[in-house]
Design a protein. Structure first.
Length: 202
């Protein structure tokens, strides 16, 4: 089961002055059917998802209903919109809440929590131009390119992943940070599995 979570904050001229958290999860084996859960945040402009346990519980319940009582054995969570300064809070609050909520439903689930960042300064390019279908040369790297050494964080398990292709200008690869603690509830995420999810899902 794939889960994507993000928080949207109101702009300066928006009439609704509240942050909104949303979670989307797959509900079938082909990862083509989805359900969603949305909550209004009580704290204004808070990056932490306050009701993450309830939201993921709703997604798991939908998965169970759609699959005739079968629960997911693997849950891969992609969390967007988290800056470096919030990592500690995410691990202490969100991951703990997820563990408690999911454990109440599924006892033997394997779980991974991955933070996806796009606000970074790393850029990757080819040393030789690649000719596109239109015949124009480009130095952008191919979709599916993974950079997991030399320029990554030496402390955390992380990697850069380019999940799409751009014909024009330069573009940002996603920076993935695997947030895991020493718990039997979680299993180390597979870079190959993460690559497949990121490059095949719309």
């Amino acid at each position: 089961m794939l889960v994507g979570i993000d928080v949207n904050h109101p702009g300066q001229f928006d009439k609704i002055a509240a942050s909104i958290a949303a979670a989307v999860g797959t509900s079938d084996s082909t990862m083509t059917a989805y359900s969603c859960s949305v909550r209004v945040q009580e704290k204004f402009h808070s990056e932490a998802v306050e009701h993450i346990g309830e939201m993921v519980t709703s997604l798991v319940a939908n998965f169970k209903e759609r699959n005739r009582g079968v629960l997911p054995r693997n849950i891969l969570v992609f969390r967007d919109g988290v800056s470096d300064g919030y990592f500690g809070r995410i691990e202490a609050e969100e991951i703990a809440a997820l563990e408690t909520a999911v454990r109440a439903l599924v006892k033997d689930v394997r779980f991974a929590f991955i933070i996806v960042q796009k606000n970074h300064n790393a850029r990757f390019g080819l040393t030789r131009a690649n000719t596109t279908a239109s015949g124009k040369p480009t130095f952008n790297v191919e979709p599916g390119t993974v950079v997991d050494s030399f320029v990554v964080d030496p402390v955390r398990e992380n990697m850069y992943l380019n999940s799409h292709f751009s014909y024009l200008a330069s573009f940002l690869s996603n920076f993935l940070v695997f947030c895991l603690t020493l718990s039997a509830f979680r299993a180390p995420p597979s870079p190959v599995g993460t690559w497949c999810c990121a490059t095949t899902s719309p």
